[in-house]
Write a protein that binds this ligand. Structure first.
Ligand code: CA
Length: 231
């Protein structure tokens, strides 16, 4: 499943060059030459994963368009990268204030653009085209569908247990204390008791046990927990 990107740029050569680069990199691309056209596409089609918006457009500007998108509750979470010939700090600030998540100053190289696109998609939690699943032994965790399977059998995990398992599978064979798990899985802003970690680990193990793979999540006495294939 590749990410979908809508390119809004009035200059045809640039728009087609952008579409070509993005398609070569594996993205699904749709194109619009005006803000009005892009808005009508957003109303009639499923929301893309990213909007690439040129600042200078005939009619409504890229800034106006971005403000409209960010005020729309259904579209507000779609990240926006602005393309601009204007590198001034004031202009950049104006773009970011309108709700743009990042900007690329023209002229830019395809490589630079792709790096920005990838970074913004990663930050927004959209799965990158190349990494869709993590597998360790009999367990496979699908990042796009949020499904966990053991020998192709689907497990029923709660959202927190899914996040813990994902963190473990991304960092196998390493021991994490309860505090480290709280920071990594719940985030540092959230105030949760360390005991909460034990509760969710217990739930995770219960589901894993039903599939016969509870040994992957190990207690390291006096330290914390570890995900290991060497059970
Ligand atoms: Ca333009």
């Amino acid at each position: 499943m590749s990410a979908a990107i809508l390119v809004l740029e009035d200059e045809r050569d640039i728009r087609e060059m952008l579409a070509f680069c993005l398609e070569q990199a594996g993205y699904q691309v749709s194109q619009a030459a005006t803000a009005e056209r892009a808005l009508s596409m957003l109303k009639s089609e499923p929301a893309p994963d990213l909007l690439l918006v040129d600042w200078m457009l005939p009619g409504a500007s890229g800034i106006d368009f971005t403000r409209k998108v960010k005020r729309n509750t259904e579209l507000a979470s779609v990240p926006v990268i602005m393309l601009t010939a204007r590198g001034d700090e004031d202009d950049r600030v104006q773009g970011l204030e309108a709700g743009a998540d990042d900007y690329v100053v023209k002229p830019f190289s395809p490589r630079e653009l792709l790096a920005r696109v990838k970074a913004v998609l990663r930050r927004s939690g959209t799965v990158s085209a190349e990494k869709e699943a993590i597998s360790h032994g009999r367990i496979t965790l699908d990042l796009a569908s949020h499904r966990v399977t053991v020998d192709q059998e689907l497990l029923h995990l709660g959202p927190t247990e899914f996040r813990i398992l994902r963190f473990f599978m991304e960092h196998p064979e390493r021991v994490y204390s309860r505090t480290q798990l709280l920071d990594s899985v719940w985030g540092q802003q959230v105030v949760v008791e360390e005991r909460t970690v034990d509760v969710h680990i217990r739930r995770l193990r219960k589901v894993l046990a039903e599939a016969g793979v509870e040994n992957y999540v190990q207690t390291v006495r006096g330290t914390g927990y570890r995900f290991s294939r060497m059970a």
